[in-house]
Design a protein around this ligand. Structure first.
Ligand SMILES: Cc1cc2nc3c(=O)[nH]c(=O)nc-3n(C[C@H](O)[C@H](O)[C@H](O)COP(=O)(O)OP(=O)(O)OC[C@H]3O[C@@H](n4cnc5c(N)ncnc54)[C@H](O)[C@@H]3O)c2cc1C
Length: 472
């Protein structure tokens, strides 16, 4: 019997075709039967070509077997959410690939603060958090310096998680997270183009033409998420009509009234002016930002640094000096948008994480933190799950989102409301607002006590690590 040769020049994966052979048809019938395949077409001009298809039950069994043995979980988007999901799922024992559309995983900006839950999550994922940021205590203040809210994180939490609320530069977080990823996990220059969840697996197509199967898809692809759109349709961004101008400097010697180890968050009648200590390579510096109402359809200020200088002049203390010492190229601007909280994240074998699921105003200073925690909880809920078992995968993704949706919704909405109160109150109401904030415990209760309470509750909910038992 002539040897049947697999045809490597012909396209192998036409619709329904599992293999193509050059071989006389009668001989092929025998071989096909031995391989539990069916001949679905024969012939071509010069020689006999036989296209074969696996019989359906056998194809199904093979697909399930290969899925459970080898196909990695796919995470799309190498921001904080995607890197965290990949690291956590690796810790949970799964094979993972992380796809990023750009040529490298790169942060969109610089300024960042992180609460203790993401620090706990990063530690559990094997990320080096030693001296990652400057430990900071946070106060909300009035224009005159009166303390309106003192964010009191318990001392034991501060001691355990490197200082409570740490100030750092975003690229340094990326460097540490990327260093923890094993070689080969991150695939850059790969943009997801389409998704098909066919029940027992998900077929993904990328803009470079590659198509493959994955048992689980996690969309960590940011506020404009294609994965969210595939699952839940168009979800318009909610404009806040606010923008932030921010920057950082390590040139801080001799600046009068500078408070190190503090996030000093001050509101005048219309603008928030804030500064926070940061750490980089063992050095302490300062990041600052100014947040004001700015209609979304207005052009950005032509000279950001000059605009920041004007806004900072409206504050007592060191803000003006900090802006003056910040190089122009280290000054950035972001319009603020979020998405209204979603009632559901997961469907079948697909879910979303990070800004794709809960894009948040920086008023929360928790968007990246929540994204990292999403990754932690994904690892926890998918640990030990047989990825070939559709029911088990779906249940794990439900268990992941069940506590995350209410937690993130509360943060997103609180940040949205704070932006309205501080920057969109009508002029005649501002004196009353400021009287209430200065003379009543409202802000202390809302952000001084509620936020630390939620931080402590999150730490408890995280349990003792990615492989710790959960009650979900
Ligand atoms: C001014 C400002 C200050 C902030 N301050 C803080 C703070 O102090 N603390 C805090 O916790 N949070 C803060 N945040 C929020 C935080 O930046 C975000 O919540 C966080 O970056 C979200 O991370 P992510 O991984 O979900 O999304 P992103 O960081 O947006 O990453 C998404 C990634 O997906 C990739 N991607 C998108 N589509 C595709 C595709 N089709 N295929 C492949 N890849 C794709 C993108 O290129 C990108 O790399 C701040 C935000 C702003 C704007």
């Amino acid at each position: 019997m002539p040897r049947a040769a697999t045809d490597r020049s012909a396209p192998r994966n036409g619709p329904g075709v599992d293999a193509v052979f050059h071989c006389p048809t009668d001989r092929m019938e025998k071989l096909a039967s031995a391989m539990r395949m069916t001949c679905i077409s024969t012939r071509d001009h010069a020689q006999t070509v036989t296209a074969l298809q696996f019989e359906e039950p056998h194809r199904h069994a093979l697909e399930e077997e290969s899925m459970s043995q080898s196909a990695p979980i796919t995470v799309v988007g190498a921001g904080p959410a995607g890197m965290a999901a990949a690291l956590s799922l690796l810790r949970a024992g799964h094979d993972v690939r992380l796809y990023e559309r750009y040529a490298r995983a790169r942060p969109a900006g610089n300024i960042l603060n992180l609460w203790p839950p993401p620090i706990k999550a990063l530690e559990a994922m094997g990320v080096d958090v030693a001296d990652l940021g400057a430990p900071c205590h946070t106060t909300f203040r009035s224009e005159s310096g009166r303390i309106r809210a003192d964010v009191r994180i318990p001392d034991d939490v501060i001691a355990r998680y490197g200082g409570g609320f740490i100030g750092l530069l975003r690229p340094d977080l990326y460097t540490r997270m990327l260093a923890a990823l094993p070689d080969g996990v991150l695939q850059t220059g790969r943009e997801l183009a389409s998704i098909d969840d066919h029940g027992d697996g998900v077929t993904l197509a990328f803009t470079d033409g590659e198509t493959f199967e994955t048992p689980v898809l996690i969309g960590a692809d940011g506020i404009d998420s294609a994965v969210r759109r595939h699952l839940w349709g168009a979800t318009p961004k909610r404009p806040h009509h606010l923008h932030i101008i921010g920057g950082f400097t390590f040139d801080i010697d001799g600046i009068p009234e500078l408070e190190l180890g503090e996030v000093v968050l001050t509101h005048n009648r219309t603008v928030q002016g804030t500064y926070s200590s940061i750490r980089r390579d063992g050095r302490t510096g300062i990041q600052w930002w100014l947040l004001e109402a700015w209609p979304d359809d207005h052009e950005a200020p032509a000279d950001l640094h000059a605009h920041g200088t004007t806004l900072a002049a409206g504050f007592r203390g060191p803000l003006s000096a900090l802006v003056a010492r910040t190089p122009t190229e280290q000054t950035q601007r972001w319009p603020i948008r979020d998405i209204a909280p979603l009632p559901k994240w997961s469907k079948g074998r697909i879910t979303i994480a990070g800004d794709a699921a809960h894009a948040t105003s920086p008023y929360a200073a928790y968007g990246a933190g929540m994204s990292i925690c999403d990754g932690y909880f994904l690892g926890q809920t998918l640990a030990g799950v047989d990825l070939a078992d559709t029911t088990a995968v779906t249940a794990a993704l439900e268990a992941y989102e069940r506590p995350r949706i209410p937690h993130t919704r509360s943060q997103v909405q609180q940040a949205y409301v704070l932006g309205k109160v501080f920057h969109h109150a009508p002029a005649f109401l501002r004196p009353i607002r400021d009287f209430v904030l200065d003379r009543t415990p409202l802000l202390q209760k809302q952000v001084g006590e509620r936020s630390p309470g939620e931080i402590v509750a999150q730490l408890a909910e995280m349990g003792d690590g990615i492989l710790s038992p959960t009650t979900r």
